[in-house]
Design a protein around this ligand. Structure first.
Ligand SMILES: [Zn+2]
Length: 151
């Protein structure tokens, strides 16, 4: 297990197992395999989100999807304690950008680990927004398995 925090955000930690990686595909457009890696985010030492990043390494566009299951994890927690959120990552002329999309359109939206798939309005207008973007920033900057999305 690797555990990583960023300077300035000591309360958030990322943890993953190097084996938590899967190749899928092929992409219907170009035939390349898609990769998925996953891990957990801890807030003040309590698991607060699972994350899944999917991207196609050989695509020229550095697009990726960051799917999250946010809420309480651990003993005595259930799907009702968690919700799914999906965030599209794009590199625009202005730089990297995260945009919340409807989680119901993603496989994570039907995960049995979460009780509800949140759409963009439910996240952006709600109490989860700051946490969701902080998680995406942490994963993007700190998970070395997706470092190629930064180049
Ligand atoms: Zn492709």
């Amino acid at each position: 297990m690797e555990r990583i925090t960023l300077p300035g955000r000591p309360e958030l930690a990322l943890e993953y197992d190097a084996g938590n990686r899967k190749e899928m595909g092929p992409c219907p457009h170009c035939g390349q395999k898609t990769s998925r890696v996953w891990g957990y985010i801890y807030r003040c030492d309590a698991a607060a989100a699972a994350y899944f990043v999917e991207w196609t390494p050989l695509h020229a566009e550095r697009d990726a999807t960051f799917d999250l299951i946010v809420g309480k994890w651990g003993e005595d927690t259930h799907a009702i304690d968690r919700q799914s959120v999906s965030v599209a990552f794009r590199v625009l002329d202005s730089g990297p950008s995260f945009m919340v999309q409807d989680a119901a359109t993603r496989p994570v939206g039907s995960s049995s680990l979460a009780s509800k798939a949140l759409d963009r309005d439910a996240v952006i207008g709600g109490p989860l927004a700051e946490f969701v973007f902080a998680v995406c920033d942490l994963v993007y900057l700190a998970d070395p398995r997706i470092a190629e999305l930064q180049n």
